[in-house]
Design a protein around this ligand. Structure first.
Ligand SMILES: Cc1cc2nc3c(=O)[nH]c(=O)nc-3n(C[C@H](O)[C@H](O)[C@H](O)COP(=O)(O)OP(=O)(O)OC[C@H]3O[C@@H](n4cnc5c(N)ncnc54)[C@H](O)[C@@H]3O)c2cc1C
Length: 313
C-alpha cells in the first residue's frame, strides 16, 4: 500500500522550504521532494543581498542550506534529488508518483516547483554566469550601479529590466532580436522616453567577453550580418522564464506561459480542494525569494486550515 501523508510538498526553493517550516511546526508531518535542483534557483547565484535577516548578504547556496536545516529541525521528511513525475488530483486523496515509480497519497499538496530562467545558450554566458551575466535585474542590478550594462530581450520583462537598470546605471543597451518590441504599448513608450536606454534593433549577442567578469559583448546585426563590439559591465538576459508546471497542467489551470493560476486571488488555493500553489510556479510578476517564501507560508497555512476542516489534524 502507498503511504498516505498529511502534507506533500513538491519543490525545495524558498517556497517549498518555507511551507515545510510552517507545516512541520503545525504537526502536519510534511514530506518534501526536492526535485533535481535541491535548494532551487538560488543555488546558481552568489550574493543574495535583498533577503531580510542577512544584513551582510549571504551566498545563495548557504542561504538555502539554512532554509533546509530549519525545515529539517522541525521534522520535515526530505527526499533529496527526487522528482515527482506525475500527479492525479481526481480523488479526495491526492496521488503523486516519483520518477522511480513510488506512489504517494496525500491529504494536501503544496506545489512549489518554481520556474527556470531561459538562457541564450552561449558558452561564454555559462562561463560568466554570476560574473556579470544574470537573469534578474532586481536581484543583481545593484552590483553594477554606475556601470554601463545591457539587457537582452524584447518583451515586457526585458523592458522592465531595462527601465529598472536605467535608474542605477548611466547607460543601458537593450538588444532586441527583431525590429520591434513585443512589449506592451505602455512599456514601449516608457523605453522610448528613457534617455539613457539605447535600443539596438535586429541585434544578437554572439559572445559575451571577459575572463574574471563581463567586460563587453560581441554583437551581430542579423539583417546586415555586421559585427560590432561594445564595452559594458553586465548582461541581463530577459528572454523569459519557464514555470515547472507541466505535470500539473492536466489538473490545474495555467496562463499561456504555464504559470499556475490561483483560484481565489490573495490565497494559495487552487480549484482542487487540498492543493495549494506557491512561489515562482504561480508568480510571473515578482519572482523573488522573499515573495516565494511568503507564498510558501500562505500555502502551508491554507493547507493547515484545510486539514483541520477535514478533521485530519
Ligand atoms: C541567477 C539568479 C539569481 C537570483 N537572485 C535573487 C536574489 O538575489 N534575490 C531574490 O530575492 N531572488 C533572486 N532570484 C530569484 C529567486 O531565486 C526565485 O524567485 C526563487 O528561488 C523562487 O523560489 P521557488 O521556491 O518558487 O522556486 P525555485 O527556487 O525555482 O525552486 C523550485 C524547486 O522545485 C523543484 N522541482 C521542480 N519540479 C519538480 C518536480 N517535478 N518534482 C520535485 N521537485 C521539483 C526544483 O528542484 C527546485 O528545488 C534569483 C534567480 C536567479 C535565477
Amino acid at each position: 500500500m502507498p503511504k498516505t501523508v498529511k502534507c506533500l510538498i513538491i519543490g525545495s526553493g524558498p517556497a517549498g522550504y518555507t511551507a515545510a517550516i510552517y507545516a512541520s511546526r503545525a504537526n502536519m508531518e510534511p514530506v518534501l521532494y526536492t526535485g533535481k535542483e535541491p535548494g532551487g534557483q538560488l543555488m546558481i547565484t552568489t550574493d543574495v543581498e535583498n533577503f531580510p535577516g542577512y544584513p551582510k548578504g549571504i551566498m545563495g547556496p548557504e542561504m538555502m542550506e539554512d532554509f533546509r536545516n530549519q525545515a529539517a529541525r522541525f521534522g520535515t521528511e526530505i527526499h533529496t534529488g527526487v522528482m515527482i513525475e506525475k500527479v492525479d488530483f481526481s480523488g479526495p486523496v491526492h496521488k503523486a508518483w516519483t520518477e522511480g515509480g513510488e506512489e504517494i497519497h496525500a491529504h494536501s499538496v503544496v506545489i512549489a516547483t518554481g520556474a527556470s530562467a531561459k538562457w541564450l545558450g552561449l558558452d561564454s554566458e555559462k562561463r560568466l554566469m554570476n560574473k556579470g551575466v544574470s537573469a534578474c535585474a532586481v536581484c543583481d542590478g545593484f552590483f553594477f550601479r554606475g556601470q554601463e550594462v545591457s539587457v537582452v530581450g524584447g518583451g515586457d520583462t526585458a523592458a522592465e529590466e531595462a527601465l529598472y537598470l536605467s535608474k542605477l546605471c548611466p547607460k543601458v543597451h537593450l538588444f532586441v532580436r527583431r525590429d520591434e518590441l513585443r512589449a506592451s504599448k505602455i512599456m514601449q513608450e516608457r523605453i522610448e522616453k528613457a534617455e539613457n536606454v539605447e535600443v539596438h534593433w535586429n541585434t544578437e549577442i554572439e559572445e559575451i567577453l571577459g575572463d574574471e567578469g563581463v567586460t563587453g559583448v560581441r554583437l551581430i546585426n542579423n539583417k546586415t550580418k555586421e559585427n560590432s563590439e561594445l564595452s559594458l559591465g553586465a548582461v541581463f538576459i530577459a528572454i523569459g522564464h519557464k514555470p515547472n508546471t507541466d505535470i500539473f497542467k492536466e489538473w490545474l489551470p495555467t496562463d499561456e506561459t504555464g504559470y499556475l493560476i490561483v483560484d481565489q486571488p490573495g490565497t494559495s488555493k487552487t480549484k482542487i480542494p487540498g492543493v495549494f500553489v506557491s512561489g515562482d510556479a504561480a508568480d510571473k510578476v515578482y519572482r523573488q525569494a522573499i515573495t516565494a517564501a511568503g507564498t510558501g507560508c500562505m500555502a502551508a497555512l491554507d493547507a493547515e486550515r484545510y486539514l483541520a476542516e477535514e478533521g485530519i489534524i
